[in-house]
Design a protein around this ligand. Structure first.
Ligand code: RIB
Length: 310
């Protein structure tokens, strides 16, 4: 069973020619209201791969919250542990430029209220694959991850978005409860700096893997991903070349599919191939969740290109 302990947002998305610089105003023809939040996105990505997914999160008592819950349910994600709070549902303000790149401001709202007690420990067991990110309180996520580990489960931790501040003790605690750490280059460099080391991305990934005794996966956008673990060389997993329409949610697709594949007992390298392929495909549609493939859709897409992920 996959358990996502994380954020649920409504995304307000505006397409622009170029993302505004500080102090600049740009015009967009309009905006779209789309489902998002790193946690919810990862839950949907895992569910579309056929995983049994339970979302642990918080929404407000408002129309965005109700719509977000209904969307999760419609995607096959269990939501009985999504708690209503008196704080408004999280909202992300997203601008997407002509190259498909984005800039995001998240108003956390109800996500800030997520508590370790929201995690029903009776759900946990050796078959649990839990997914954590950095859009809900870190202290709550650390306690939740510890519960998962105590029950014999596995933890995937996506260090996104890059935290503004991360204490060394917090990072060591996080690494100690993690089986697979997923970072991009910026997050890897930040974490390596907290640990007082690493000069390049390869060294940063290896440092994190050794410190945590874990597999460190570094996502690299169109270049795919790299993975290392203590004593192992850095291995490259390629992406499928695409011309992106919108990269929003590509990282979440990667993490959700990785969780889905690991919960289905795939080997890490096989799971990473599938995650890279799904993330590539997700870039072909606007919005975080619209392009997330089902297992069947991903297979057809790869077959059409005479590629296989697994
Ligand atoms: O990773 C993309 C997500 O980040 C968006 O859906 C937005 O809600 C922010 O959380």
């Amino acid at each position: 069973m996959i358990l996502v302990f994380g954020s649920i947002n409504m995304d307000l998305v505006a397409s622009v020619r170029a993302i505004p610089r500080p102090g600049e105003t740009v015009l967009s023809p309009g905006y779209r209201t789309l489902f998002g939040g790193k946690g919810a996105n990862q839950a949907v990505a895992a569910a579309r791969m056929g995983g049994h997914v339970t979302m642990i999160g918080r929404i407000g008592r408002d129309s965005f919250g109700e719509a977000c819950r209904a969307n999760l349910t419609a995607n096959g994600v269990r939501t009985e542990h999504v708690v209503m709070s008196d704080v408004p549902t999280g909202c992300a303000f997203i601008t997407v430029d002509e190259a498909g790149e984005n800039a995001i401001t998240v108003a956390s709202g109800a996500n800030r209220m997520l508590d370790a007690h929201d995690l029903p420990t009776e759900l946990l067991g050796p078959e649990t694959v839990a997914v954590m990110q950095m859009e809900v309180p870190l202290a709550a996520s650390l306690v939740a991850a510890r519960h998962v580990k105590n029950a014999g489960g596995r933890v995937i931790w996506n260090l996104a978005p890059t935290p503004a501040r991360l204490e060394r003790a917090e990072l060591l605690d996080l690494l100690a409860t993690t089986d697979v750490l997923v970072v991009n280059e910026i997050e890897a460099a930040m974490a390596a700096t907290v640990l007082d080391g690493a000069t390049d991305f390869k060294a940063a990934a290896q440092l994190l893997a050794v410190e945590g005794g874990l597999a460190c996966v570094m996502t690299a956008g169109g270049a795919g991903a790299f993975v290392t673990s203590p004593g192992a060389e850095l291995r490259h997993v390629p992406a499928v070349p695409v011309t992106p329409v919108d990269t929003t949610g590509a990282g979440d697709t990667f993490v959700g599919v990785l969780a889905g594949e690991l919960a289905a007992q795939a080997e890490l390298e096989t799971a990473l191939q599938q995650a890279c392929a799904a993330a590539s495909m997700a870039c072909l549609s606007a919005g975080a969740q619209d392009g997330m493939p089902t297992r069947a859709a991903l297979k057809t897409w790869l077959d059409d290109r005479q590629l296989t992920a697994s």
